[in-house]
Design a protein around this ligand. Structure first.
Ligand code: PHE
Length: 340
């Protein structure tokens, strides 16, 4: 059955239109209402099409009414449109559109992280995986597992922030802020089987007085490579390649000196001399991994060997960018950070 149109239907449309138009806020709202009532599929058009089903005597009356309503709607919409446009202009008054916009401040990568990303990139190309340790460590991984039992004198070199607690016989329950990323060596070896090629960048802590070259927090990057026949020559080659790329200096000189760490045997210090410089700079502590470290991880030292190293990330960053005070890295002074 075809819907029948009468004056009541038209009144209802007018009523709805009045409500709708009272609620509009924007030109977009207005466009919607325009098409809802006046569009080719709008309410009025729909009803115009129904006129032909009316008895002839009603057609004229209804048709006239619909036309009248259409004109009224049109007028309302035009008025409203003008009103909204005027409001927008009013609101914008006093704004000088020719003033240049504000410059957006872009953040910077902290120089320490610039270095870490570069280290990861270079070692990544040499097949090293990146692992992450934890800053809150326990005594076992930070010391004992690395051939440094509680009475070992080498512990004194690394003044430690201990967590306040009753000392436990189980050293895995005595917590400290890791003094070295080496704490990750045995953690990693326990979870993976050799061969390994890993670097571990991360923050380390030492209970020390601060000065231009000492901070109580700093970053290290540990690295180790283990297989059945890794030698000191492999270490030397990898370090040379690394430093050439890191400092973008192909004539960089390097040297190894004997050193001492309880968890490597033999141990060495790796120094560099940049092009045009006279001074050797100490950058890396390293050595061949001590059999006891493999034993701590449940690995058989008869079957594998390898090197480990720890580089000072802050130190490398200071050398690269010629920064003379390590404390600048941790003061968050924008004037300093902005330069990177
Ligand atoms: N962990 C040592 C340090 O902090 C560096 C190191 C790492 C030495 C690995 C040898 C092997 O000084």
């Amino acid at each position: 059955m075809v819907e029948k149109i009468n004056l009541k239907t038209i009144q209802d449309i007018e009523h709805r239109f009045n409500q709708d138009i009272a609620n509009i806020q924007s030109i977009e709202d207005l466009e919607k209402i325009k098409s809802k009532y006046l569009g080719s599929k709008g309410e009025l058009r729909k009803n115009f099409l129904l006129i032909k089903y009316l008895p002839p005597e009603e057609r004229k009356k209804i048709g006239e009414k619909l036309n009248q309503v259409r004109l009224v709607f049109q007028k309302y919409i035009n008025n409203k449109e003008n009103q909204i446009k005027k409001e927008v202009i009013e609101k914008d008054k006093g704004i000088d559109v020719t003033i240049p916009g504000k410059k957006i401040k872009i953040g910077h990568i902290h120089p320490i992280f610039r270095t870490i990303f570069k280290i990861e990139e270079i070692f990544g190309k040499m097949g090293f995986e990146v692992a992450e340790g934890q800053e809150l460590e326990n005594e076992w991984y930070n010391f004992d597992s690395l051939n440094m039992p509680a009475d070992h004198p080498a512990r004194d070199i690394q003044d430690t922030f201990w967590i306040k607690q009753k000392r436990n016989r189980d050293h895995k329950k005595n917590y400290l802020m890791r003094t070295q990323t080496s704490a990750m060596q045995v953690r990693y070896m326990e979870k993976h089987s050799p061969p390994f090629r890993v670097i571990v960048p991360g923050r380390t802590f030492r209970y020390e007085a601060t000065d231009a070259s000492h901070e109580m927090q700093f970053y290290q990057c540990e690295g180790f490579m283990v297989d059945s026949n890794i030698s000191v020559a492999n270490f030397n080659a990898i370090m040379n390649l690394f430093f050439k790329h890191f400092f973008a200096d192909s004539s960089i000189e390097t040297r190894m000196r004997p050193g001492y760490f309880p968890f490597t045997e033999p141990s060495f210090e790796f120094d560099i001399k940049l092009k045009g410089e006279k001074k050797w700079l100490e950058t890396v502590g390293a050595g061949m991994i001590h059999p006891n470290v493999f034993r701590s991880a449940g690995l058989n030292p008869q079957k594998i060997q390898g090197f480990a190293f720890g580089m000072g990330v802050d130190r490398l960053t200071m050398i690269k960018y010629k920064i003379d005070d390590i404390r600048l890295f941790y003061q968050n002074d924008i004037r300093f950070l902005k330069q990177f």
